[in-house]
Design a protein around this ligand. Structure first.
Ligand SMILES: [Zn+2]
Length: 320
């Protein structure tokens, strides 16, 4: 059977090749499930969003199986399924080490799903999958070293260097919400202290605003000119600038993509102080240009989109 390479305009990326039928990508968050179906040329056939209440491993297996069935009733049988989950994965992307928002840990989700669905399944962390989508199709197209930060309840991170996701020695790379920007600072759920997400996430903004307002309220107040809210978001922007500056000596990112509803809503308040701080603190300012900081463009289905591309690539990838 002939498998035809898909066109790639990006240097440094191994060619993604055409799958021999539709592929499904799913992004299972704590309460929402996004689904994308791609045809054999990578075109989006269907995208959908649903709320879910899956908690516990069996419920997650059932929810994913049902979502695949829902997609296939519309588009026919898929040849492979990619799943992005909010959680820590092992290096081989077969086990979910911890998915606290989904109520399970240390389970072989990839192989259990493949057994249930009767076809290949790929597994990836949700922010990593989103980073891949932004790299292939979105704000990071053409970047050689891409960093994605998603601002939501917490902070997710993804890194793509020379066209490959950086997964780390044990699978836990790119947990950028846990960059220790304030050593010895406020405690974090990871067991560390002073982590980026302690100061910047939706949860953090609500806490820093006194605990009675959500991050959405803080952004709305800043839009109205509320000085306290404007200051909170400017502080958050400077924390992001510090976190990005920390990455420059190791990754030298040419593009940093900010994703998530909070980043888009608060961009006018976050980005100017972020860029100012980054330019003031990054290393070698006279010798090298700093990263281009941009908002994401793949939308809320970016994780599902990346998962679908991973599924298609895994199924029919040309060996390196
Ligand atoms: Zn942490």
């Amino acid at each position: 059977m002939i498998v035809e390479p898909a066109a790639s305009t990006h240097s440094g990326i191994r060619p993604f090749v055409r799958a021999l039928g539709p592929v499904i990508g799913l992004d299972l968050g704590g309460t929402k499930l996004a689904a994308v179906v791609l045809d054999d040329a990578g075109r989006v056939l269907r995208r959908s969003w649903t709320e879910h209440q899956a908690n516990g491993y069996e419920a997650v297996l059932d929810t994913i199986t049902t979502a695949v069935g829902d997609c296939e009733r519309v588009v026919g049988r898929a040849v492979a399924v990619g799943v992005a989950v909010a959680g820590l994965l092992d290096r081989d992307r077969s086990r979910v080490t911890a998915a606290l928002n989904l109520g399970f840990a240390d389970r072989p989700l990839r192989d259990d799903l493949a057994g249930r669905l009767g076809r290949p399944v790929t597994l990836e962390n949700d922010a990593n999958a989103a980073a891949l989508a932004e790299h292939l199709l979105g704000a990071g197209a053409g970047a050689r070293s891409l960093v994605l930060l998603t601002l939501g309840t917490g902070i997710g991170g993804g890194i793509v260097v020379d066209g490959e996701l950086v997964r780390g020695g044990r699978g836990a790379a790119a947990e950028l919400g846990h960059l220790p920007i304030r050593p010895g600072g406020d405690p974090c759920g990871c067991g560390g202290a002073g982590c980026l997400e302690v100061y910047v996430s939706g949860t953090a903004l609500s806490r820093l605003a006194g605990g009675t307002r959500t991050s959405r309220h803080v952004v709305a107040a800043a839009d109205r000119g509320d000085r306290t809210a404007v200051r909170l978001l400017a502080d958050a922007g400077r924390c992001l600038g510090d976190g990005i500056a920390m990455l420059i000596p190791t990754l030298d990112p040419d593009v940093v993509v900010l994703g998530g509803g909070l980043a888009h809503a608060a961009a006018p308040h976050l980005l100017p102080p972020l860029r100012e701080r980054l330019n003031a603190t990054r290393p070698f300012p006279a010798q090298t240009p700093g990263p281009d900081v941009r908002l994401s463009t793949c939308g809320p289905e970016s994780g599902a989109l990346g998962a679908a591309h991973l599924a298609g690539a895994m199924r029919f990838r040309i060996p390196a």
